[in-house]
Design a protein around this ligand. Structure first.
Ligand code: NAP
Length: 328
């Protein structure tokens, strides 16, 4: 018995697609939304399912709950659902750094999921995409330090972010004013520092998540990561430029060999044809694309690379469904 909370959102809809595509074993599927969407219908495996308003009660009568309606809903309900017997796979940031809650990327630390206490957290999308490349390199060479610059798609801010880029682009091309609602600044034909709160240290929340979540997932509390997170006018798939230093000197050939054999990673790295990871080719794919693997010219023995991954899919919905598959 599976429940999806926030099933009409960007991530919720992708979870439904994946449950169907991957023939996830289930006997019952309940879809929860806000009151706004209750009563609407969606087709799943040839059947019509109806979105229901999320009940206040703490028992969804489900074995697996995908929680994908935002942090405040997860903070309010997730432990009640878990205490009623469900395994909650939480896509929000509510419990990621809580010591009781494993933070899991199945290709990296599946074992941590098996020791859960009712909730398993899905990491932040930029963290998952970075670690799909960095974790195999860490296992092989001992990651010590990474510098990350992100280029994040508007769908990372949900379905409404996609509508905003669409509407603003049409308005700008028609010579009309671009109206903002989801993002503080105009995103069409622009980019800006990630629209999350900036702390006293000058880092925004997205940048802090990349640091703290990577340390937890890799069980590397001393790991040094510095990030600059940027929202760009791309509909789907986040890209990241990463510079990484290891406990030993690493050549591009060594990195390429490790990444070429890594699960969930696809090498796209052909300088002759200028063929490298792009959000447009990463969209809709399960694999995270990795390329531009080269020596970091500022520090010989270190590696520079570029990744692109579908953040609605591997950065959220696919990662969550893969976690559920560990128990199916
Ligand atoms: P979204 O497109 O805005 O969808 C959120 C959904 O939550 C909406 O469909 C909404 O339902 C539902 N909802 C709102 N209030 C509710 C309530 N009181 N009860 C039940 N449902 C309610 O957002 P999203 O992008 O899917 O993100 C969902 C979560 O995943 C967020 O915590 C986000 O940070 C996280 N996440 C997102 C991404 C991404 O790439 N988008 C990646 C990683 C993690 P209605 O349709 O009825 O309004």
């Amino acid at each position: 018995r599976v429940a999806v909370v926030g099933a009409r959102g960007a991530v919720g809809r992708e979870i439904l697609n994946l449950l169907e595509e991957r023939a996830f074993p289930l006997s019952e599927l309940r879809l929860y939304s806000s009151a706004r969407s209750a009563g609407r219908r969606v087709s799943f495996r040839g059947e019509e399912l109806v979105f229901e308003e999320l009940p206040e009660s703490g028992d969804l009568q489900a074995d697996i709950v995908f929680s994908s309606a935002g942090g405040s809903i997860s903070r309010k309900h997730a432990w009640d659902w878990a205490n009623a017997g469900a395994t909650v796979i939480d896509n929000t940031s509510a419990w990621r750094l809580d010591d009781r809650v494993p933070l899991v990327v199945p290709e990296v630390n599946a074992d941590a999921a098996r020791e859960h206490n009712g909730i398993i957290a899905n990491p932040n999308c930029s963290t998952i995409i970075a670690l799909m490349a960095l974790a195999p390199l860490h296992r092989a060479f001992g990651l010590q330090r990474a510098t990350v610059a992100t280029y994040q798609a508007v769908s990372g801010a949900g379905a409404a972010g996609v509508t905003e880029l669409e509407q603003q682009s049409r308005a700008v091309l028609a010579g009309e004013p671009a109206e903002t609602s989801v993002f503080q600044h105009v995103i069409a034909f622009n980019l800006f520092s990630h629209d999350s709160e900036v702390g006293e240290d000058g880092y925004n929340e997205e940048e802090r998540k990349l640091l703290l979540e990577s340390r937890k997932i890799l069980a590397a509390p001393e790991l040094r990561i510095s990030a600059t997170c940027v929202r760009v006018p791309v509909f789907r798939a986040h890209s990241e430029a990463i510079h990484a230093e290891f406990a030993q000197e690493v050549t591009p050939e060594m990195a390429r060999e490790v990444l070429g054999a890594a699960a969930g990673v696809k090498l796209v790295d052909d300088p002759a044809s200028n063929s490298f990871p792009m959000p447009i080719t990463a969209s809709g794919q399960d694999d995270v694309l990795v390329g531009r693997i080269r020596q970091d010219s500022s520090r010989p023995g270190s590696i520079a690379l570029f990744v692109a991954g579908d953040q609605v899919r591997k950065g959220a919905a696919l990662n969550a469904v893969q976690i559920a598959e560990l128990f199916s």
